[in-house]
Design a protein around this ligand. Sequence first.
Ligand code: ZN
Length: 383
Amino acid sequence: MISLDIHRYDPIKEQYFDSVYASLGRMNYAKYHVSKDNLFIRELVYTLYKCDLIKNLVDKNNDKYYLLTYHAKDVDIFKDEMLSAAVRSLVLADVTVLRKTVEEFMKGRAFAEWCEYDRLRNTKAIKKTAVEKARELQLKDEYGFLLYFAERAYDNMRKQRIDPGDGVSAEIPKCIVSALGIRTCPYCNRGFIGVTGGQLLGVQLDHFYNRRYFPFLAVSLYNLVPCCGVCNHIKKDDMTDIISPYEDNANFDKAVHFTYEIPKASIKDPDGGKRRLSIEVSESDVIKRQRYQNNIDMFRLREAYEFQEIEAERFYEKMLAYPESRLREIENHFKENSDYSVTVSNLEEALFREYFADPSDYTQKPMAKFYRDLYYNIKGWKR
Ligand SMILES: [Zn+2]
């Protein structure tokens, strides 16, 4: 519903990576017989290789790509800079890379096996055959690390502190929300979320590509979307192809509109004549249009905003009662009868101030897009 400015992460993203990398370096995963530095990170890079993920994450023209894929099986000989380059490409992958990585992962063998493991893991022991039990153990050996990574690495990351730039360090989730400077949920734009008095208020971090099916993206910065509890709960493990608020070439403001209208009654449409609030998508690219629609459907925005239909109605009545011609009359009345000057725009502001919104308000004011769209819609303005 609202696009977020990824450049707001520029001041913190290197710190984010350094902090996550250091915390991964301190983690244990007891699989190696020999003692070696960065064991956990070695296991991570090896798993990325094994799941055929490196090729989408690391730029193929980079010499580290060659070294990584060539030596991946012999993870012991990785140099620290190679490990760091691989993890960096995972942790700071942009939205395009994330999407491509996910698409490719879903086509591969590793995804099918990971899903099989997930299914067996979530089946009660008593309902499993001996063959299934054996298969689960086998898959655990292959993919157990990913499960551990998804849970532990994320929990660890949340506790790390970085300095968002004011000399005071804070836990990463707070820094993420502060850096974005958002005060409403980007998925629904309905409620307040944010950092108040150093505390997170109503914010949850959504894994855009969920941790259940894409565990390796558990700490990827652009996979974390601060949102309200309702949206996070609704979305959960759903894998519908929606548009990320970080997606650079998406423009919700242009493509998605709230409209409020009175359709003409007809035999076919008994509801005609009754005012209707709707959310429309205007986008010529068929696939993209469907993806915008998926966002509306997934977060049940049509239903969610139905609560606000009464607001739309009030707004509509007020706009009808004070058309521009009437405001012009009032302006003239003041001009002729008073020293005090009142302009049409003064009046509009006084009457509709609560509805005025600018696209820059979308991340700051709940419902800002809703009101702005209705204002344009009722005025009959094209955008
Ligand atoms: Zn929300």
